[in-house]
Write a protein that binds this ligand. Structure first.
Ligand code: GTP
Length: 364
């Protein structure tokens, strides 16, 4: 997996967003800390960055900043040196990078890796950096192809890989290549971002560099890539890691059809599959079906319940015969017997849905 390791590199990790699209999961926990394939999401990114030669990472924090240092401390456990730079008020992606850069130790000509804290990527980070250095670029953007680019920053390039425009979330994309959320900046370029102001790299810094004629490169590849910003993408990321579609040094067990964390109790008469994670001490009773889902610690899925492509929060309960597909159940919530929830439903933490009075013809 680790094709091109480089020595002693510094990185900035953007983790200050509120993760609104992932509510209610992000009401108490920042998106980058949500348990994903058994560990906080960022563990996968940290382990991969480390494997590519990154030694020091500055976290750009804002929303629930203290939770990051509580989770990762000084980084020793990952063989990394971690620093935390917090914005009192969120400064946007560009302002955050500028603020975090105060804690960098590298020189003005050195490359700095910048990672969005909500991306799973299998691309060769070392090769992206090597390309940046070899071409003497100001900025090198990792690009990936998606079917529907309209939700992302659309990034056309010329035959030499030079980025010709940066079109953030445009309704008529000119290419399927999008900004994949992993950048290499030459350090001195970060220092040109205005300090202490709200700045968006996507809307201001990138288009500005292109307009000024700076060498902005695209590093396009077709490796595994996922933005885990929505609940459906979040469960997909977790199951892809468990199934081994993306190799992660941080996976706390072997890859396989499911991952059961310590103390999980799964009835031999239950069916658990599709890269599901069963949280620590969680219980899955006989006749229950759990497919491609993330079950939090201490939750219970009672007999005959069906949980597919869903997230069930810590200590939540899914009662007999309930059916969840593409549903998020917040921590401590209860889905009473027989409820069949529509795809996209979100049950807020602690809410109790009583037994369903509706019976489906197949149950009668
Ligand atoms: P949504 O609210 O669901 O759009 O999620 P988000 O807040 O994480 O926003 P988005 O996905 O656009 O952010 C991309 C990355 O930048 C994520 O890793 C965010 O944590 C991070 N980020 C966004 N805004 C800020 C900010 O103002 N400060 C810092 N430090 N990080 C930010």
């Amino acid at each position: 997996m680790m094709e091109t390791p480089l020595p002693d590199l510094e990185a900035i990790l953007l983790v200050g967003g509120r993760g609104t699209r992932l509510r209610p999961l992000t009401l108490d926990t920042p998106k980058p800390l949500l348990p994903t394939a058994g560990v906080p999401f960022l563990s996968h990114q940290l382990a991969r960055a480390r494997a590519f030669g990154v030694r020091r990472i500055v976290f750009a924090t804002s929303y629930r900043a203290e939770m990051f240092s509580e989770a990762f401390g000084n980084g020793e456990a990952f063989g990394l040196e971690l620093e935390y730079m917090t914005e009192e008020e969120p400064l946007g992606t560009g302002g955050a990078i500028r603020n975090a850069a105060k804690a960098l130790t590298c020189g003005p000509d050195d490359p700095v890796l910048v990672l969005n804290g909500d991306i799973l990527s299998g691309h060769d980070i070392g090769d992206q950096i090597a390309t940046h250095v070899a071409r003497g670029a100001a900025l090198t953007l990792h690009l990936t192809e998606v079917d529907d680019p309209s939700r992302f920053g659309c990034v056309p390039t010329d035959d030499d890989g030079r980025v010709t425009a940066f079109l953030e979330k445009t309704p008529n994309p000119v290419t399927n290549r999008i900004n994949a959320g992993c950048y290499v900046f030459t350090r001195s370029v970060i220092d040109t971002i205005p300090e202490g102001q709200v700045v968006s790299v996507e809307r201001e810094t990138f288009p500005g560099l292109i307009e000024d004629g700076a060498l902005v490169l695209g590093y396009a590849d077709a490796s595994y890539w996922l933005d885990v910003g929505t609940p459906a993408a979040f469960v997909q990321g977790s199951r892809d890691l468990v199934l081994g579609r993306l190799v992660s040094p941080a996976l706390p067990g072997p890859t396989g059809d499911f991952l059961a964390l310590p103390g999980a109790m799964i009835s031999p008469e239950a069916k658990v599959s599709g890269g599901s994670v069963i949280g620590a001490r969680a219980i899955v009773e006989s006749g229950a079906q759990v497919g491609g889902s993330v079950l939090g610690d201490d939750c219970i899925v009672h007999s005959g319940a069906v949980v597919v492509d869903s997230v069930v929060g810590i200590g939540a309960r899914v009662d007999c015969g309930a059916v969840l597909r593409d549903v998020v159940v917040g921590d401590g919530a209860v889905v009473g017997p027989g409820n069949e929830l529509l795809a996209g439903s979100r049950v807020w933490p602690g809410v109790v849905l009583p037994e369903s009075a509706i019976r489906f013809s197949s149950d009668i």
